[in-house]
Design a protein around this ligand. Sequence first.
Ligand SMILES: Cc1cc2nc3c(=O)[nH]c(=O)nc-3n(C[C@H](O)[C@H](O)[C@H](O)COP(=O)(O)OP(=O)(O)OC[C@H]3O[C@@H](n4cnc5c(N)ncnc54)[C@H](O)[C@@H]3O)c2cc1C
Length: 505
Amino acid sequence: MLWSGWGDPGKAAPLPEQVVALLRDMLGVKPRDLPPVALGDIVPPAPRLAGKALADLAAHGEVRTDAETRVRHTRGKSTPDLLAVRQGETVHTPDAVVLPADHEGVLAILALAAEHGFAVVPFGGGTSVVGGLAPAADAFVALDLRRLDALVAVDEVSRTATLQVGLRGPRVEELLGGHGFTLGHFPQSFEWASVGGFAAARSSGQSSAGYGRFDDLVVGLTVATPAGTITMGRAQKSAAGPDLRQLFLGSEGAFGVITELTVRIRPVPAVKVYEGWSFPDFATGSAALRALIQDGPVPTVLRLSDETETLVGLARASSIGEGGSGCLAIAGFEGEPEEVAARRAGAGTVLTALGGTPLGEEPGESWAHGRFAAPYLRDSLLDVGAFVETLETTTFWSNLPVLYQAVRDALPGHLVMCHISHVYASAASLYFTIVTPEIDWPAAKTAVNEAIIAAGGSISHHHGVGSDHLAAYAEEIGPLGVGVLRAIKAELDPHGVLNPGILVP
Ligand SMILES: Cc1cc2nc3c(=O)[nH]c(=O)nc-3n(C[C@H](O)[C@H](O)[C@H](O)COP(=O)(O)OP(=O)(O)OC[C@H]3O[C@@H](n4cnc5c(N)ncnc54)[C@H](O)[C@@H]3O)c2cc1C
């Protein structure tokens, strides 16, 4: 992983000179005042952990304190994170990185944290975009879970798999593929994020219409907390009280460290077909997506770009609509050939009846081909001085237009693109991308957060709360909700060693 950006440095895609000139001349993008620092030039402060604490940690995991490892575990991958690390900022650099080998190692490290007075930040793929790896702590260790990387079991009868949490997306697919199964979870961060992070942040993949969000896939969890181990999930559904699994899904490392997950799996689909549809406007396209998800047939992938996103070319403007850009929808179908053909034909009839024009497979395949490429483009735009960031929210269908407008109104004067990224029978999520030459992002982000809450939206559909959304989250759940969270935290983490300042207001 590129320390100051996204992904495999070999896949970097620098912008052609004409595009840089266009950004400069038309948008006013100019190089940043301060050039980025080199990784080797960053000198983090001396570790604040006493030698005894480090020696004790070494008995329960591999301990690394070299500058490069510490810098590589600094913050996550939001744009402010990347801009901060590019300037050599070390405010959120861990004092040490510890790599436990198993669940017992994690438990022992949590006990040491209470004993020695340091905080622990669970670190999966490090792709948080909400400040989930930037604790409000003095001394802290990053608990890198990459050594927990086993496929523990596959239950072909129940169609479940038990996974250790350090596995990253591609490796999970490789391991399950060996048994003829898929998890079907493909967020844009798929290449680098871990399954533990998917659970801890309630991730949502691009095929969520067909496979469900990650929390829909989880049927069992094992969690190491400072108060001990808790294991949940004797069946997919149970009436034995409230579902405690839901307490740890989305808990962002504040209540415990998830070490093992049992997830639902499906047979690897024989056929995958993705196609493009054009709608005259966002409202017409939204109504068509809603009809499909409510009344079927339901595609595996279903998303719709607004006019701006379509025009900007994420959606190949030249082939969309007649006389204008319109709005591009992508519908994808995965499964057995006959079933896919029937579902695709049925969905096509609905989309056509509701104002859609079929564009064929080319836009769909091109979307599928480039689905993990956008983060590389962000790096290239940041490199030339532009500011690019994303945010997301969700609300019920009836309120979607209000929320859409509220977010746009909170970001006046900037290029704001949007797509409907995940759909449900009652609600949908909106995913915004902002591209601008210059912005006071903390102020803009606060304004957007306030607009989302005022418009009845949730502060996050799938990125989570982290530290960035704490204030808005407190407003969303109210004082009693905050009190409940604090009570759970006090029970499971009485010394407050896990992710202070993250999730729990
Ligand atoms: C370019 C890009 C694209 C993205 N696309 C998507 C997307 O399409 N869909 C989506 O849902 N999200 C997306 N994200 C956000 C992010 O990838 C997800 O939140 C992901 O689930 C985080 O996984 P991770 O392993 O990187 O977790 P990390 O970033 O390492 O951790 C996230 C949070 O969970 C905690 N944590 C991590 N592992 C554990 C564990 N085992 N137990 C307890 N707590 C833990 C951490 O302390 C932290 O607070 C994207 C991010 C980027 C940078």
